[in-house]
Design a protein around this ligand. Structure first.
Ligand code: FES
Length: 355
């Protein structure tokens, strides 16, 4: 067999409808991996077959399941030819239907060597960690990287807590919240990672500010503040002409952080900007005069006038908060394609995302 024929038979192609984008997938590679490596904004979150974000429909061709789809897809979906791109390799050329696929070229992920050069307390359980890389990384505001330490199995994913720079960033900041029982954060909070070396893989994720004319509503919970701050700091550099309401859900006043940076965003935003912290567990007798309760209820009472089919909602934090917020804003008229979520999961969800 000639080398040409061998190469031709060793990789297959994916075509994505309705965009018409097409890329090749190497043997053993998942469709998602190949799409991201080609720089396409494939919908995804966990990458390990547990969240369902990468669901799409197989229209033509044959795939091989890298793990059993039945763990996450229901009987009807399996019957309808729904697949998970993060858990599917190709047996032939295939055509997929991915309605939410946006033709946006992203920086393909790469491997970097990193060293932790600074660690700062933001709250009692959240730290800002600065990592110096062997070369600059380019990313979109709102994306994340995976961090791997040689002493710990698997990688942990953390969002960039900073806006990107045109020349790329040689140093990156992450907000890392302590996860009780979490191996990586346990070492970090015990001081065992000071000046430590790590492997960094990225950028990844499809959480970025979409173009539009309508209002922007951002909702952050806990360390979910990182991608929201990144996205808004980047957006504040250019003219938006769009009103923005930002909610920050926390337990108590002591859990609020980064308020100076949010203040700077507010000052440079070129349209009305409202920042609304919401505390769910602040002692009754404290002198807190701001909003109390859960952030989805706060949205209902403080932002319903901003919500319409034109509004884009960006929500980032723990899954229950994301589900509650998505349901609330959906009921108030925001269309599903305008709700963008970045779920922060931990080991209890069978993942190593943000723990
Ligand atoms: Fe594929 Fe989560 S199931 S990205």
């Amino acid at each position: 067999m000639s080398l040409f024929r061998f190469l031709k038979s060793s990789s297959n192609r994916v075509t994505i409808n309705p965009s018409g984008v097409s890329f090749s997938v190497k043997p053993g590679q998942s469709i998602l991996e190949a799409g991201l490596a080609a720089g396409y904004a494939m919908p995804h979150s966990c990458t390990v077959g547990t969240c369902g974000t990468c669901k799409c429909k197989l229209q033509q061709g044959r795939i091989r399941e890298l793990s059993n789809f039945a763990y996450i897809l229901n009987g009807q979906e399996l019957k309808d030819g729904v697949i998970l791109t993060c858990q599917a390799a190709l047996k032939s050329d295939v055509t997929l239907s991915v309605p939410d696929f946006e033709i946006k070229k992203l920086t393909p992920p790469e491997d970097f060597d990193g060293q932790i050069v600074a660690i700062e307390d933001l709250t009692h359980d959240t730290k800002r960690v600065r990592i110096k890389l062997d070369r600059p990384i380019h990313f979109d505001a709102g994306q994340y990287v995976q961090i791997h330490h040689e002493a710990i199995y698997g990688a942990r994913s953390y969002s960039f807590a900073m806006a990107p720079k045109d020349a790329g960033c040689r140093e990156i900041d992450l907000f890392i919240r302590h996860v009780p029982g979490g191996e990586f954060t346990g070492m970090l909070f015990d001081g065992k990672l000071d000046q430590g070396t790590v492997k960094v893989h990225g950028p990844a994720g499809n959480f970025w500010l979409r173009e539009g004319l309508g209002p922007i509503v951002c909702v952050a919970g806990g360390s979910g503040l990182a991608p929201i701050v990144s996205l808004l700091e980047q957006a504040a550099k250019s003219s938006q002409g769009r009103p923005c309401v930002m909610f920050f859900g926390a337990r108590t006043r002591e859990d609020l952080y980064c308020l100076d940076r949010i203040n700077e965003i507010e000052k440079s935003w070129d349209s009305p900007f409202k920042f609304i912290p919401v505390l769910s567990n602040e002692p009754e007798d404290s002198d807190w005069t701001g909003m109390r309760g859960f952030v989805n209820s706060a949205i209902e009472s403080a932002a319903s006038q901003y919500l319409s089919g034109e509004t884009q909602v960006y929500v980032c934090g723990p899954p229950p908060m994301i589900d509650a917020v998505s349901e609330t804003v959906g009921a108030l008229g925001v269309t599903a394609n305008n709700i963008h979520a970045d779920k922060f999961l931990d080991a209890s969800h069978g993942l190593s995302r943000h723990n």
